[in-house]
Write a protein that binds this ligand. Structure first.
Ligand SMILES: [Zn+2]
Length: 244
């Protein structure tokens, strides 16, 4: 696939062997693609990503994959806080919730799909490690948000999208929901109550897996969906395909 180069100075060495095993998707949350490119390349901003995908499908390469880009910030997944160390970050141009959040157009999604498939061929990234910024930073981030088409990219072989089944497990208590969210990978308190951190994690889960309602409330449908996703993620241990 073809991409254009717009080198960002905001990167560093990856530690250790430099293995990449996570893919994090973002939106830019700025008024225009030009504004976002300027910011991601501004040394004063101290932020970057490996790629930026415009709404017309143009792909910009900002940081080489073997370098550590600065896109995730304070984050955590499955107990790991080294998200930038081991991930590739892709920014999707979109004004975001602040400036007029809108659907990701077809040319942008098609280009993203090609880019992700390319990346997955080059790095040992398990399906359960294809995530949104809000998944790994639920208290701070909303991107790429509830309009992002996770089912579509999963059909292309990128990440996991368990199909919702009405007959799956019934509603669990908060203690069980917190355990299931932690098993998926979210950093969630084990408080057995709906504290602010838990509500933020539930909202992040909804944004990814149950986008019709992202209010952080553990209603019966959300609880069912959490159990369903936790069960499928458990079968994808280390990214191997489920055997059943
Ligand atoms: Zn982000």
């Amino acid at each position: 696939m073809t991409s254009r180069d717009r080198p960002s100075p905001n990167h560093g060495p990856r530690p250790g062997a430099g293995t990449v095993d996570m893919l994090i998707l973002h939106y830019t949350g700025m008024r225009s693609a030009a504004d976002a490119l300027d910011r991601l390349c501004d040394p004063a901003a101290q932020v970057s990503a490996h790629y930026l995908v415009e709404e017309d499908g143009t792909v910009w390469r900002l940081v080489a994959e073997e370098r550590r880009a600065w896109h995730a910030g304070l984050a955590c997944w499955a107990g790991r806080r080294d998200i930038n160390d081991a991930s590739i970050g892709i920014e999707l141009v979109n004004p975001g919730h602040e400036f007029g959040y809108r659907a990701f157009p077809e040319p942008q999604m098609a280009a993203l799909e090609r880019l992700c498939l390319d990346i997955l061929r080059r790095h040992p990234i398990p399906p359960r490690h294809v995530l949104g910024h809000s998944d790994v930073a639920p208290r701070r981030k909303l991107d790429p948000g509830e309009l992002f088409d996770w089912p579509r990219i999963a059909r292309a072989g990128i990440g996991l999208w368990p199909e919702p089944r009405a007959e799956s497990a019934s509603a669990a208590g908060l203690s069980e929901l917190q355990a299931q969210l932690a098993a998926i990978g979210y950093e969630v308190p084990r408080s057995r109550s709906l504290d602010a951190d838990t509500a933020a994690v539930i909202a992040a889960f909804q944004r990814h897996f149950r986008p019709a309602r992202c209010d952080g409330a553990p209603d019966a449908e959300t609880a069912r969906r959490i159990a369903e996703v936790a069960a499928v993620f458990a079968r994808f241990d280390s990214g191997r395909l489920p055997t059943t």
